[in-house]
Ligand binder design. Sequence first.
Ligand code: ZN
Length: 492
Amino acid sequence: MENKLNIYNTLTRRKETFEPLNPPFVGLYVCGPTVYGDAHLGHARPAITFDLVFRYLQYLGYKVRYVRNITDVGHLTNDSDDGEDKIAQKAKLERLEPMEVVQYYTNRYHKNMEQLNTLPPSIEPHASGHIIEQMELVKRILENGFAYESEGSIYFDVEAYNRKYHYGKLSGRRVEELFANTRQLDGQQEKRNPADFALWKKASPEHIMHWPSPWSEGFPGWHLECSCMSQKYLGDRFDIHGGGLDLQFPHHECEIAQSTAAYGQEAVKYWMHNNMVTINGQKMGKSLGNFITLDQLFSGDNGVLEQAYSPMTVRFFILQAHYRSPLDFSNDALKAAQKGYERLMAAVAALDKIKASPDNTADVDALATKCFDAMNDDLNTPTLISHLFDGVRLINSLAAGSEKINSANLEKLRTLYHDFTFDILGLKAETEAVGRDHEALGKVLDMVMSIRTEAKQKKDWATSDKIRDELKAAGVIVKDTKEGYEWELENA
Ligand code: ZN
């Protein structure tokens, strides 16, 4: 690999040169959604961030196995060891089978991900499909002395683990403070220490999702599935584990502890975390009234939104920020992203029409180097995009004839823009959106043209001419035909 990729490892807190454990193969595990509601803006960021990682690693020539799980059991309403299962709660509310809820929201999640042009993962395992493997993992951790049984539930023994290993190394939390600060919740009397977490929970009578086990009729703890399924599909040790910063503690900290307790070594070489999305400076939440689903974002059907934003506008908006920086949603920022996206796509289209010249004033190699340097510097997409916009100025000058490019450089420039825009950033032309706009415009024109016909019938030439002239000024060319009329846009 000629291009040396550097990525920031959350575990070591520094940028490291990416060296896969077993090149050219790369194992990539990303925590996926808990499927009990529609995907929202918060889901789009990790999906697009790790789609970028997946795409770029493949572009560099690696063979990537990308595993992203579906959480469909064990994730409780308070993200802790008490409360109701999020899927089961929804199922009761809607009078559905839990697996109906799972299927319904998984389908909708997939549709949204396709709209955002994220590539599907290589494997998408469900937690509920790996109950046996999760029980095996619990047994291993018990055998190794890092878990204990209490009232039919199995808890991870953080204190015992921390005597041998280091609990808190990923999040930087201090165990003494965790032991002292974790608030007492109902049911915690079962635990030896408030920092302990459930590997297996005995199901209460009203709990509808449960399986038989040596300890009780119950269900796995939320953190267990990721330790289990990453090991099953990527091995005891694999390259990259990703997820949102909100999962760093406790979810990922617990994953590290579970895998280390079971296999005696850490599973993950590089931990990557994307930062969060805020809305007008506030955390997004249903209680705050600023909760925006992706469907609402694409249709504009939400009070926070001044208009609809297309999937590619949303994708471009997310890529315009570095994945480790916070990203604030606002209508102004989205509108700016829409303009930026359209400007980039217009330049890529214009590039195909530019003709080569015997002379050359364009330095394509220098531009390409800058673009790769940006990506190799911890996937710095904002810097990459600013270089691509420098190139847009070049493309516009070439189109205007004020700069010249020879055929070899023109080929390089086209390849550069196609590779970065489509393959790496994963943008695409939004023909569907254009089609919809075209259809809507056609209906408006039918109405306007019927008014013009009426005016003509009344010999109201002033109105008839006015309509024709105004349409022309707006860039709509209308021709009368025997059947009625034909129209086209001036620049299309
Ligand atoms: Zn996970």
